[in-house]
Each structure stands twice: as structure tokens, then as C-alpha cells.
Design a protein around this ligand. Structure first.
Ligand code: MUC
Ligand code: MG
Length: 377
């Protein structure tokens, strides 16, 4: 049974409140969906998300679609999903970089093959170790009081007890005040981390990190620009809290360099950033070999992209910092007919074949950008 058709959709889906990062405030989240259909009509789906067009990541949603349509799809059509490892190996050899595009197609191939076999995708990724994963909520409303209310509600509902605060926008002293006020309001039982998304310089980081640490913050994610590896190395050496590499740690070669030179002492994994499920597992293995604690990161994907990450992370032994697979909880709508289950502060790993998500194609077409058959007015 060979793959006879490939479709790529860019969809903009409304979220429930503005999500403020240092470089961009999200009001609609953009995802790229890949559908691969074989001769018998069975299809596999993949998803990646980016944040803020070109402001977070070099690959824009538009570039991801063009790369898949023009360069990756010709290497997939006519092939069998069972040969997904050979297909991806070929793609690695002939297509440089473009990791988000590779992640989307590898996920769709695995979804298709796992559905053919009637197996959950984690069976093709090394086997499941965890039935559920702890999920952090990201506080990023841009308002201290609202963030505290949001966190208290999540605690009451037993949804989250780890909170990541997006900072780095505006006055750094104000950032520190905001974080410490939230941490104080939430108390000792609650773990609070921060993500600066590359927005500080080394001097600012040197001033702010000790104050955050003294206030009980346990980790700071990518405080410096990704190019400033020397600065990240010095901060890692001088900080008592964990300095996590995120944007700087994309390819497995980045992860190796960062681990070797201590450009951070923990690592945020993300399926699109590393270039797909298998590259993510390699990145995790490099970090594990260097004794670097792991975090199951997100690009704020919808149900499918989050399920893909959940299947991969479920096969990784230790995720000391938990995960931030909260994406679907921020969306106002779904492009799937089934939802992910969150209970007792954790996300349950979906058990149905493939990544366990059934795509609602009418919804995809409704939200798809510039699609011929788009049904919006
Ligand atoms: C990032 O840098 O980690 C994850 C959560 C969130 O709010 O933004 C992302 C990206
Ligand atoms: Mg980050």
C-alpha cells in the first residue's frame, strides 16, 4: 500500500486569552497540518506549530508548507509508510535544516504506519514508560493579578501545580517583581520557573537571576540570545538555579555542543525544534548521557501536535522538569473530534492507534488559510 496523496494546511486557530511572550503576543495560534493518504484511503496526520510568524523561529508557517510541498512530498509520494525510517533518512541526506517541516512529515508517516498496524505510535518510538505526564501551565496574560487568579484556579481544579512565567518583555526589574509576587502568592508547594526567550543581556541576567533564585524560582529558560553561548556558559556556572537551553538547542549537534560546554545545565525538548520524533529521542539521549535534566517543551501545538509530543515523551525515562504540554487548553477550538484528557495535574497518553487523535477535516478546512475549499465567508 503506497502513499498516493499529500496535503499541507496552514490553520490559524483562536486562543482563549492573549499569550504574551517577550517577542510576540499570540492571539491566534498558527499550526501546520500534514495529511498523507494511501491508496486504500487510510490517512496519517502530522502537526507542528510556530509562534509569531517569523519572530520566534526561523521557519515560518508559510516556509514550512512550501518546503513540504516542493521538496519533501516528492520524496514521500509512491512510498510505503512502513519505510518511514528510510524516507526520513533520504530526506535528511537531501534537505538541509528545515527541521519543523521534517517533524511534520515524520509525524504523519508514523501516524499512518501505526494506524496500519493498529498500534499506538509510542510502540514505534521505543515503547511507553509513562502512562501520564505532569503538565506545567504557562502564565503569560501580561498581568500579575490575572496570572495569580489563573494559577489559583488551575491549582483548585487539580490541573497544574507547576507554572512557567513568560518574562523578558519590558523592564527587567518589573519582570522580577512580577515573578516574585506570583511565587509568593502561590506558596512553597508550587514550582515556578521562568522563560526569558533570549531577551536579556548577560549583565541583566546577572542582576536578575540571583533575585529570582532567592525568591524560590527553580529554573530560568534561555535567558540570553541563542548566539551567546559563552554568556550562557558563564551564567550556568555562576547560577544556583538551573539554566535551561531552549532556542539554542535545535539540532542534535547543538545539543551535543551545549552539553559538552555547559551552555545550560538542562534542556527543553520540542519535536519541531529537533526535527521530528526520532531526532528528539536522540537529543534526549545526548542530554541524558551528560546528566542534563530534561523538560518536555511545546510550541503550543493543538491536540494532534501535543499528542505527538506526549507519545515521544512517554518513551523517555526521566523528565525531571515535567512537561508543558498545555497547548490544547489554551485553544478556543479543536481541529480534532476527540480531546486530550488532563487529570490530577497530568496529561494521559492517548492509547488509540497512531497518535490517538481523529482529525476533524471540516474544522481543518474551516480554519485553513487560503484553502480553495475554505468554507468561511
Ligand atoms: C518556549 O519558548 O518555550 C512554550 C510555552 C510558551 O508559552 O511558549 C513556548 C515556547
Ligand atoms: Mg522556551
Amino acid at each position: 500500500m503506497t502513499i498516493k496523496q499529500g496535503n499541507v494546511y496552514i490553520a490559524d486557530i483562536p486562543i482563549s486569552r492573549p499569550h504574551q511572550l517577550s517577542m510576540h503576543t499570540i492571539t491566534k495560534q498558527t499550526i501546520v497540518l500534514v495529511k498523507l493518504t494511501e491508496e486504500d484511503g487510510l490517512s496519517g496526520w502530522g502537526e507542528v506549530a510556530t509562534i509569531g510568524g517569523a519572530s520566534y523561529e526561523e521557519m515560518t508557517p508559510e516556509a514550512i508548507k512550501v518546503t513540504i510541498d516542493h521538496y519533501l512530498m516528492p520524496m514521500i509520494l509512491g512510498k510505503k509508510a512502513a519505510d518511514y525510517a528510510c524516507i526520513m533518512n533520504d530526506i535528511q541526506k537531501h534537505v538541509k535544516g528545515n527541521r519543523f517541516a521534517k517533524a511534520a512529515v515524520e509525524s504523519a508517516l508514523i501516524d499512518l504506519f501505526a494506524k496500519q498496524k493498529g498500534l499506538p505510535a509510542y510502540e514505534l518510538l521505543g515503547g511507553k514508560i509513562h502512562d501520564s505526564l505532569p503538565v506545567a501551565w504557562t502564565l503569560a496574560s501580561g498581568d500579575t493579578k490575572k496570572d495569580i487568579e489563573e494559577a489559583q484556579e488551575a491549582l483548585q481544579q487539580r490541573k497544574h501545580r507547576i507554572f512557567k512565567l513568560k518574562i523578558g518583555k519590558g523592564d527587567p526589574n518589573e519582570n522580577v517583581r512580577h515573578v516574585l509576587e506570583i511565587k509568593k502568592a502561590l506558596g512553597d508547594e508550587v514550582r515556578v520557573t521562568v522563560d526569558v526567550n533570549q531577551s536579556w543581556d548577560e549583565q541583566t541576567a546577572n542582576q536578575c537571576i540571583p533575585k529570582l533564585q532567592a525568591g524560590g524560582i527553580v529554573m530560568v529558560e534561555q535567558p540570553l540570545p541563542e548566539w551567546n553561548e559563552e554568556g550562557m556558559r558563564r551564567l550556568t556556572a555562576s547560577s544556583a538555579l538551573s539554566v535551561m537551553a531552549d532556542e539554542g538547542a535545535r539540532s542534535i549537534h547543538d545539543v551535543f555542543r551545549i552539553a559538552k560546554h555547559h551552555v545550560g545545565d538542562s534542556l527543553s525538548l520540542k519535536i519541531p525544534k529537533h526535527g521530528g520524533p526520532h531526532e528528539t529521542k536522540k537529543a534526549a539521549a545526548i542530554a541524558e548521557s551528560a546528566g542534563m535534566p530534561l523538560y518536555g517543551g511545546t510550541m503550543i501545538e493543538s491536540t494532534l501536535g501535543t499528542a505527538i509530543a506526549a507519545h515521544v515523551y512517554a518513551t523517555i525515562p526521566d523528565m525531571i522538569f515535567g512537561t508543558e504540554l498545555f497547548g490544547p487548553l489554551l485553544y478556543q477550538d479543536m481541529v480534532s473530534t476527540n480531546a486530550l484528557i488532563y487529570e490530577n495535574y497530568e496529561l494521559i497518553i492517548p492509547e488509540r492507534p497512531g497518535f490517538g487523535i481523529t482529525i476533524d477535516e471540516d474544522k481543518v478546512l474551516y480554519y485553513a488559510r487560503d484553502h480553495e475549499t475554505r468554507q468561511k465567508g
